[in-house]
Design a protein around this ligand. Sequence first.
Ligand code: AHR
Length: 495
Amino acid sequence: LFGQNTLSLQTDAANITIEKEIYGHFSEHLGTCIYEGIYVGEDSEIPNIDGYRKDVVEALKALKVPVLRWPGGCFADTYHWKDGIGPKDERPSIVNVFWGGVTEDNSFGTHEFLNFCELIDAEPYLSINVGSGTVQEARDWVEYVTSNNQSPMTDLRKKNGREEPWKVKFWGIGNENWGCGGDMAADYYANIFRNYSSYIKGADFQKVICGPAGNDVAWTETILSGLKNKTALAQGLSLHYYTLPTGDWDSKGSSTDFGEDMWFRTLRNTLYIEDYIQQHLAIMDQYDPDRTMKLMVDEWGTWYDQLPGTQDGFLQQQNTLRDALVAGMNLNIFNNYAERIRMANIAQIVNVLQSVIRTNGPQMVRTPTYYVFQLYNVHQDAMLIPTELTTENYEYKGEAIPALSASASIKDDVISISITNANPHKAISVSCTPGREFTAVSGKIVNGDAITDYNDFGMEERVLIKDFEIEKTSNQELEVEIPAHSVVLLQLQVR
Ligand code: AHR
């Protein structure tokens, strides 16, 4: 029965958890991500709960967002958290120098973010200002947010209306400190990290050292060697990788107006991340042979030219079926590296870059990327099943990428297999052997009619999750035809 494309699962070898934080998100003070996208204020005519948009809260709850990173991004290394606490009319404003030069009123600060995380049941991930802040300021933030001590910072927190500390496990020590986060040399930053690290302490803290972008192995090498046998100070190394269709930051490519050429290049470029992951993991192995430090891919996703007519620096782009494929392919890779990848955060949650939600005044849409995250939710905290995939290529003008990508997990006697088909012309048949007998099978799919399809305001959604019929002809193997340009989830009941 085996054809050219086969997927074989070693279900009995499943012994690694896919941390739910791999399905994480990122929210920066950038464009309309926070203000308008998440927070409209209590006096807004847009229905809200304590100032948070009701529609967005409901959509994010349904998505099961496991972790949310804030306040940046580049913004984080300009942010002074004490400006964002206390009575709102007394808070000073801040100019968002990296993103459009807009003046923000600081009405969304530490309390508003951490309470939002509680509302949508997500773990908070705070990014500390290392570029323009101080160690004392960082230490005070940790005390203010997480401490039970009696101290000036906890008194201040209580005065501001929060008696109990919040639970914050993830702490980023700076962001892109090789660039917008202070333009530091790698050995200098390694020392800065050690310095901050000695004051940022708490039970179960996971501290993330600023890692590279893309394949910058020199940065990884230098900061890890700079830790001088103190790699245990960092539980995570961050990795940022953005997918640009053209690979050129000056002309990235349109988010809506593209043909097969840009489709192919986008999907080819997105797959480079696996190679980068391997390169950084190899360096981590040298300095941390026990593998206690994990990779945190805390910024990833597509980055296109801004939509015509939108404000400079707001990074607004459309989200099409192409983004659904990018999401599915990346999440399959992250699942398959679950042993080493502890977290990943797509950029960014609402209205910015590859967002899962877009808003326009009182309107809201869920993007194709939203539906892929929802489809893949079943992998959160499930056991990764090692897989072997043999796939034909998708060829375009003399270049080729694997047509299919896949990952699989098991939880509560259900095997979940996610498969993407990058070929925009051709359905591809694949023979799956799940390694256990199964009694029932069901399927779901995210697809559209055209590769440029997207969901727009005031229209019925076009790219969303639909049922996918599968014929069960045996208890041990499955022949499934994965439609062109689609993301599919198969679920098998194994007892
Ligand atoms: O996500 C947008 C920006 O991309 C972030 O602020 C920065 O960290 C990265 O360069």
